[in-house]
Write a new protein. Structure first.
Length: 118
């Protein structure tokens, strides 16, 4: 088998299976089908996003898995500095600013359940 880490583009996404089809710009008309994403979180990229892929070739079979998107000229960080930022949708996000020790949550609606505060 031959394994390599490559940059590909998302062609289509199967949300229920947690996988996507990926094409590589240096391989015309070749699509790696149903490559799974890593399972530590469910966060699907968009079609045409650049992703890092561990591509595996066994004889004629082209397989592998998607490591995920990365920062580049097309995908720049929305938040910089010390802290944490997680974009959940076009309008929702979670942001932690370590300088202020402050968490900001934005969404159309925020529901807090069983919240205990001191």
């Amino acid at each position: 088998s031959l394994d390599s880490i490559r940059v590909g583009r998302i062609s289509s996404i199967d949300y229920k299976k947690g996988c996507a089809d990926v094409y590589f710009e240096d391989e015309e008309n070749v699509i790696y089908s149903e490559l799974p994403f890593l399972a530590f979180e469910y966060n699907m990229p968009k079609v045409n996003d650049l992703v890092l892929v561990v591509a595996q070739k066994y004889a004629q079979k082209k397989t592998g898995f998607i490591l995920g998107p990365y920062y580049n000229d097309e995908n720049k960080p929305e938040f910089t500095g010390k802290g944490f930022f997680k974009r959940l949708s076009d309008t929702a996000y979670i942001k932690y600013d370590a300088q202020k020790d402050e968490i900001e949550i934005a969404a159309g609606k925020v529901v807090l359940k069983n919240l205990n505060a001191d």
